[in-house]
Every structure is written in structure tokens, then in C-alpha cells.
Design a protein around this ligand. Structure first.
Ligand SMILES: [Zn+2]
Length: 235
């Protein structure tokens, strides 16, 4: 037979566990939020990295471009000088310099073409990566706002769950509540009240003593498992 106060304590336990579950969910929220925010930061950093790689290619291209312009103006300068020189060997020397500059220009132009291709490729893959990342960031922001929504909801639910729990305690005698609170402190993990199945506590699954079994069957007092200290009852 189950002690009437234990019946009431079982209701207290249900309300208590529901209240605890909401509290635990509330406690997890800052961590979950931080995790999502960290992911967003990582995504943004990877965009920045891709962008800076693209930029360094652009810088390289601009550098080649100004080298080519320099060589072109050298060539023009040599050609002007050629019109002014009197000696053949000076003329030939300038011809040689012009050829050298033109060779350099061809080499630089080849490099520039290669880098332009690689910029085009990098742009395409950057745009693709960026749109994937933007999509993921949008989803993560959506998760953040859902989390904020849940947080608001939880705060309200917790208030009412606590009220319901407190109210359920009011229906129980002080002595029984004391045992419940002590059991809760000792076992730490729910359930705090367990049935006895045959002769085993359903909380710790260990065999209870004959004394405990006998008292549980009589239902005359609130007794606890001699193995795990949970409140036990026998129906
Ligand atoms: Zn036990």
C-alpha cells in the first residue's frame, strides 16, 4: 500500500522535474548562442580570407601592369633618343635596349594574362563560396532569433512552472517534504521517489532489505531505499 503523502510527493516530483527541465534548458541557451555566434564569426573570417587572397592577386596584376607601362615608356624614350644620336654604335646600343625592353614586356604580359585567368577563376569560386556562406550565416542568424524567442518563452514558462511546483508542495505535510528535500539533496539525480519491483528499488535496481520491503508494503511510513536513499513505495 502506498503512503498517502508519497502519492502527493509523486505529484510534487513531476512538477519539480518539469521545473528543473526548463531551468536546464535556460542554462544551456547562453552556450548555444555562443556556439552559433562563433560559427558566424568563422564564416565571416573565411570570407575575409578569400577576399584578401583575391585582393593580393589584384595587387600582383596591378604591379605587372605598371611594370609594363614603365617598360613601354622606356621603349618610347629609347626611340626618341635614337633620333638624336649621331654615332652608329650608340644607335645600336639603343636598338638593343629597345629589344630588351620589348622582350621584358612580352614576358610580363604573359604573366599578366596568367594572373588575369587566375583572378577570374578566383572570382567565380569566391562568389560561389560567398553565397554559400551568406546562406549559412542567414540560417545561423535565424537560429539565433529562434533561440531568443525560446528564451523569452522559457522565462515565462519557468515562472509558471515554479508556481505550480510550489503549489504542489503546499498539499504535502512538512515532515514528508523534509524527507523529499533531503532525498533530493542526497540522490542528486532523479527520480527521488521510486517503486519497489518485486524486492528491487526501481531507482537503483538494487535489492532492498526485508525491513524496507515490509514497511513499504504496510505503507504506514515514508521509507527510503537502503541502497540509494530514494523514497520507495510498493503498490
Ligand atoms: Zn534504491
Amino acid at each position: 500500500m502506498i503512503h498517502p503523502q508519497i502519492e502527493k510527493l509523486i505529484i510534487v516530483q513531476v512538477k519539480d522535474l518539469f521545473f528543473q527541465k526548463l531551468q536546464q534548458e535556460l542554462e544551456r541557451i547562453p552556450n548555444e548562442r555562443a556556439k552559433i555566434e562563433r560559427l558566424i564569426e568563422e564564416e565571416k573570417a573565411s570570407i575575409e580570407l578569400a577576399k584578401s587572397e583575391l585582393n593580393s592577386k589584384e595587387v600582383e596584376r596591378n604591379d605587372l601592369d605598371s611594370q609594363i607601362k614603365g617598360k613601354e615608356s622606356d621603349t618610347a624614350k629609347f626611340k626618341t633618343q635614337q633620333l638624336e644620336v649621331k654615332k652608329n654604335e650608340e644607335y645600336r646600343a639603343l636598338t638593343h635596349q629597345i629589344e630588351q625592353a620589348q622582350n621584358d614586356i612580352s614576358e610580363l604580359e604573359e604573366k599578366e594574362i596568367a594572373i588575369m585567368y587566375s583572378i577570374d577563376e578566383a572570382k567565380v569560386s569566391f562568389e560561389k563560396a560567398k553565397s554559400d556562406i551568406d546562406e549559412r550565416i542567414a540560417r545561423q542568424n535565424e537560429q539565433l532569433s529562434q533561440l531568443e524567442e525560446r528564451l523569452k518563452q522559457l522565462k515565462e514558462e519557468i515562472g509558471s512552472a515554479e508556481g505550480v511546483y510550489t503549489e504542489s508542495r503546499e498539499a504535502v505535510e512538512a515532515e514528508a517534504l523534509e524527507i523529499y528535500d533531503r532525498t533530493k539533496a542526497q540522490t542528486k539525480r532523479p527520480p527521488y521517489i521510486a517503486s519497489i519491483e518485486v524486492q528491487n528499488c526501481a531507482g537503483c535496481h538494487l535489492r532492498v532489505s526485508n525491513d524496507v520491503l515490509g514497511l513499504a508494503i504496510s505503507g504506514e511510513e515514508i521509507i527510503t531505499c537502503d541502497q540509494c536513499a530514494r523514497i520507495v513505495y510498493k503498490t
